[in-house]
Design a protein around this ligand. Structure first.
Ligand code: AMP
Length: 439
């Protein structure tokens, strides 16, 4: 029997699990500030959902999907990303018809790619992403970028810069593809097998190749900006001018093409820079897409969208390396300390009341030594200890000890809830003052 997790997957527990949950909560809060609503789609989809949307030419679809036949010999795939499932669901349930456009959704959950596991590369990882569909506007694209930036700021990232590029409209892209084929054709013999396939399927992807020799060749390739139709160009500058107004830092990167076959108009990546200015790489990526809903039988007039996705593992590891996880509150409000079997049941009832007042509380199921209970309380980062011995029980009181200030008071059991409200309000105020000092 294997006693280890499947290669490329990882367990989350303790502080790490708390940090992941914190990141996801911030993501949810940021998305909701922008009016996005949750969507949850199945991990398992029919394989065509991805081949017809993420795109035949993408590395994900060509090489990295967890695809298998189910018992009825249907080909199903564990989702490698979130966009395809979200769009499939929106079309299947005609959400565009029953809700005001644009329809804005966010999701966060596991995605699967059969890649070589390595630094920051997993076979099961968590993706957080948003999609706004049903409206074709530069403003909607800009709003999505603003959400991406503000989400990362809320996590504490600084020195963020958005790299942007435009892939124009379908006409611009068709001209550009021809130009790229003309450029790459004489070099094909020296290029990798992947690039030779990309040449046929989608030559834009050749700009993205990771093979150094191919990158050298790609450097001399024609640029998208020279093939933009006037309308596509105007739209790009419209989005950029909104970013300017919002004082969002951006850089135009004409090598940026990104994965999805349906991308058009603006594509973007948010990069973080270290204190010394070196690039940590992309934290998040996305862009505008057209024509994907039609693949699922959706109506043409709603067939525009914009979205982004990011890997929670990547955010976590950068936050950890840059000591950004210190502010996560994983403390326990109260650690209950029953002194002996005789008070165990009474303590249990008190603890239940405390919990219903909204304070987190841990109670050992077996009586122990006071010293060892204090150690456990410390490990759980408890704010208060609640001590009950036989004497206290007889008098109808408990001892409440502030574990930071080392101050202990006696409280009547019937006044405990009130006293806790008072003490925790005072703690909140102290914390707020502390916060002000630091701002
Ligand atoms: P993509 O859909 O390829 O643009 O990826 C979106 C985000 O998912 C990236 O920014 C990565 O942080 C994350 N990601 C993609 N593949 C993996 C992987 N194998 N392991 C961990 N994170 C990943």
């Amino acid at each position: 029997m294997p006693t280890i997790a499947v290669k490329g997957t990882h367990d989350l527990f303790a502080e790490e699990a708390e940090a992941y949950s914190y990141i996801q909560n911030v993501f949810k809060a940021a998305s909701e500030l922008y009016g996005y609503r949750p969507i949850e789609t199945p991990i398992l989809e029919y394989t065509e959902v991805f081949t017809h949307s993420t795109g035949e030419s993408s590395d994900i679809v060509r090489k990295e999907m967890y695809t298998f036949s189910d018992k009825a010999s249907r080909s199903v795939t564990m989702r490698p990303e979130g966009t395809a499932g979200a769009v499939r669901s929106i079309v299947e349930h005609k959400l565009y018809a029953t809700n005001d456009a644009p329809l804005k959704v966010y999701y966060c959950g596991p995605a699967f790619r059969y890649e070589r596991p390595g630094l920051g590369r997993y076979r099961q990882f968590i993706q957080a992403g948003v999609e706004a569909v049903g409206d074709d506007s530069a403003r909607m694209d800009a709003e999505c970028i603003a959400l991406a930036m503000n989400f990362l700021k809320m996590l504490g990232f600084k020195n963020l810069v958005v790299k942007v590029n435009t892939l124009g409209d379908p006409e611009s892209r068709a001209k550009y593809r021809d130009a790229l084929r003309d450029y790459f054709r004489p070099h094909l013999g020296e290029m990798c097998e992947d690039c030779r396939q990309r040449f046929e399927l989608n030559p834009l992807r050749m700009l993205d190749c990771k093979v150094p020799e191919d990158q050298e060749i790609a450097k001399g390739a024609p640029k998208m900006k020279d093939f933009l139709s006037p309308e596509a160009e105007k739209r790009f500058y419209q989005t950029l001018s909104i970013l300017n107004d919002e004082e969002i830092d951006y850089e135009i990167d004409d090598g940026l093409v990104r994965g999805l076959d349906y991308y058009g108009h603006i594509v973007f990546e948010v990069h973080a820079k270290s204190e010394t200015g070196s690039d940590y790489g992309a934290l998040l990526g996305g862009g505008h897409y057209d024509g994907m809903m039609k693949e699922f039988g959706g109506p043409e007039e709603f067939d525009h969208g914009v979205g982004f996705a990011c890997g929670v593992e990547r955010l976590y590891s950068l936050m950890k390396d840059n000591n950004m996880l210190g502010d996560i509150d994983n403390s326990l409000d109260i650690y209950a300390m029953p002194l002996g079997e005789a008070v165990q049941d009474a303590m249990y009832l008190i603890v239940e009341q405390i919990r219903m007042c909204g304070y987190s509380c841990e109670l050992p199921f077996h009586p122990g030594k006071l010293g060892s209970m204090f150690k456990k309380a410390e490990r759980r980062k408890a704010k208060f200890a609640l001590i009950l011995g036989e004497d206290e029980l007889e008098k109808g009181i408990v001892q409440l000890k502030d574990l930071a200030k080392k101050e202990q008071i006696e409280v009547k059991i019937e006044e405990l809830a009130e006293k806790l409200d008072e003490l925790f309000d005072a703690l909140d105020e102290e914390e707020e003052e502390h916060h002000h000092h630091h701002e």
